[in-house]
Design a protein around this ligand. Structure first.
Ligand code: COA
Length: 333
């Protein structure tokens, strides 16, 4: 039996750069309330959202991803050809095949980087960071671009009371590369398929195709059930991510949860007993819930605003349809 040579990776990995793209069109609550018989006050009180970004036709999944990726590369001080793998987390690239990632890798100017999409809904970006960290340590890649991107406005019904005011569009990206010291802690991830249908597309494509009056399927959500699961179960996952990284809540500088709902964030922070010194991402107020894009967009905002600084220790956690979740502690570039 022949002995195979195996790849050898870097001892550690870390995030080298962060970028984001926010749609030009800013949509206030006043523009969405009429179709769902709601009010600005109700939406702000129940979710924290004041405005969201809805992409125009030219702000495609590819365009927004490439823009966010370029910013992340600039921040990392790397050129596109130094990226050897592109991972794109999304549920709103509306081509069944091919993946969005190969076109993004091409338009970014990588030299034929490996490229693939992952589907883990709102948890997709944190899954991607975990994959990237393991690939770099395992030796299959050196510099990995992880993109979270959504055009949820394409798959949200403006008349659905439970989702129309929540979901939005945008892209965020990070470059993950080799490091001499640990920069990405162990992932805590998992799924709860018993509640597969809490957040879902309302109709299977086969039913849509077979229908006499086919209509674009849209997202639906068991809002209260998702709220309870996220607010209470995810606090335990976040705490475990801290434990596995070997740090305590008072050693944390920044908390960047998936921007699902400000009340979920508040409940998690209370359950975890986060000290007041921990800066908490609140990108949802302006951007809404951008699913796979929300964590990197929120991270980019905190870095741009000076709320998060190079060398800070940040806890990332994302959760959503599936149900699927992933969390890790990272050191900021
Ligand atoms: N505008 C105004 N009123 C609304 C409304 C809307 N868009 N949607 C529901 N309501 C009303 C209901 O009719 C109900 O009225 P009633 O008490 O007179 O019967 C009341 O508000 C409560 O409805 P409920 O569905 O129990 O709302 P809620 O308190 O659970 O809030 C969400 C709804 C969606 C804000 C909340 O469930 C939530 O944030 N869930 C988590 C969603 C989330 O973060 N998803 C992303 C995870 S990836």
């Amino acid at each position: 039996m022949a002995t195979l040579t195996t790849a050898t990776g870097s001892a550690h990995s870390r995030i080298l750069g962060i970028g984001a793209y926010r749609p030009r069109r800013v949509v206030p609550n006043s523009e969405v309330v009429e179709a769902i018989d709601s009010s600005d006050e109700w939406i702000q009180q129940r979710s924290g959202i004041k405005t969201r970004g809805f992409a125009d036709d030219d702000e495609t999944v590819t365009m927004m991803s490439v823009a966010a990726a370029k910013q992340a590369l600039d921040h990392a001080g790397l050129e596109p050809e130094q990226i050897d793998c592109v991972i794109v987390a999304t549920v709103s690239h509306l081509m069944q095949t091919p993946a969005a990632a190969t076109l993004i890798a091409h338009e970014l100017g990588t030299k034929g980087a490996a490229a693939f999409d992952i589907s883990a809904a709102c948890a997709g970006f944190c899954h991607g960071v975990s994959l990237a960290a393991d690939m770099i340590r395992g030796g299959s890649s050196r510099n990995v671009l992880v993109v979270g991107v959504e055009r949820l406005s394409d798959i949200t019904s403006p008349t659905d009371r439970g989702t129309a005011f929540i979901f939005a569009d945008g892209a965020g990206a990070v470059v993950v590369g080799p490091s001499d010291t640990p920069g990405i802690g162990p992932v805590v991830w998992g799924s709860d398929g018993e509640h597969y249908d809490y957040i879902r597309q309302n109709h299977d494509w086969r039913d849509v195709i077979a229908s006499d009056s086919p209509a674009m399927p849209h997202l639906v959500m068991e809002g209260s059930a998702v709220f309870r699961w996220a607010a209470f179960e995810m606090a335990k996952v976040a705490k475990e991510a801290l434990d596995r990284a070997g740090i305590t809540a008072d050693q944390l500088d920044v908390f960047v949860p998936h921007q699902a709902n400000n009340r979920i964030t508040d409940t998690m922070a209370r359950s975890m007993k986060l000290p007041d010194t921990v800066r908490i991402a609140r990108d949802i107020v302006d951007q809404g819930n951008t699913s796979a894009a929300s964590v990197p967009m929120a991270l980019e905002r905190m870095v741009a605003d000076g709320q998060a600084r190079s060398g800070d220790t940040a806890l990332l956690i994302a959760f959503g349809a599936g149900l699927a979740y992933a969390a890790q502690v990272v050191t900021l570039p």
